[in-house]
Design a protein around this ligand. Structure first.
Ligand SMILES: [Zn+2]
Length: 166
């Protein structure tokens, strides 16, 4: 499975859960399909499939095209994956996450932390002073919390995300 497909499945799952992944996989395998064909192929109820497709359409994951049946004169719709939009969405998500991680890194670098040895809480130095270096959860003494590891984990993650362009 390509990295892009993998991201697409992850996105499908976030939007519509496990059935969402099945729908996307079916569309990738078959190119474009009608909603009733999808329902039949996947053994899902047509209204379930339609709801998933609408959710995908709202998030620009799929697009729909209208066709006319020559014999009956009726219109029908075919759904397909819209890869460009998916990549734009993923790129947007990546940027947002990167921004949050950089803010967090800045916060970690500019503060000293104290935490409860039993894991109840973690406070900045200023907050710990206010609490008299005592845990408000269990009464234990707060201890200096070296955040070098937190910082290096954040830096690794930021570097990975910075290199991951679509
Ligand atoms: Zn505690």
């Amino acid at each position: 499975m390509s990295k892009r497909e993998n991201l697409l499945y992850r996105l499908a799952e976030v939007v519509a859960g496990g059935d969402g992944i099945k729908v996307i996989k079916c569309l990738i395998d078959n190119g474009s399909m009608r909603d009733d064909e999808l329902a039949l192929a996947l053994g899902l109820k047509p209204n379930v499939v339609r709801r998933i497709l609408y959710q995908f359409a709202e998030n620009s994951i799929v697009t729909v095209q209208r066709f006319r049946d020559e014999k009956t004169g009726w219109y029908y719709f075919k759904w397909m994956v819209q890869p460009d939009q998916v990549e734009l969405y993923l790129e947007d998500q990546r940027r947002k996450l990167l921004r949050r991680l950089k803010e967090r890194l800045q916060y970690e670098k500019s503060h000293e932390f104290y935490s409860c040895p039993k894991g109840c809480l973690r406070l900045t130095f200023e907050e710990a002073v206010e609490k008299n270096f005592t845990c408000s959860g269990c009464g234990a003494s707060l201890q200096y919390d070296d955040n070098k590891k937190v910082i290096s984990r954040l830096e690794v993650k930021i570097r990975e995300l910075s290199e991951e362009r679509h």
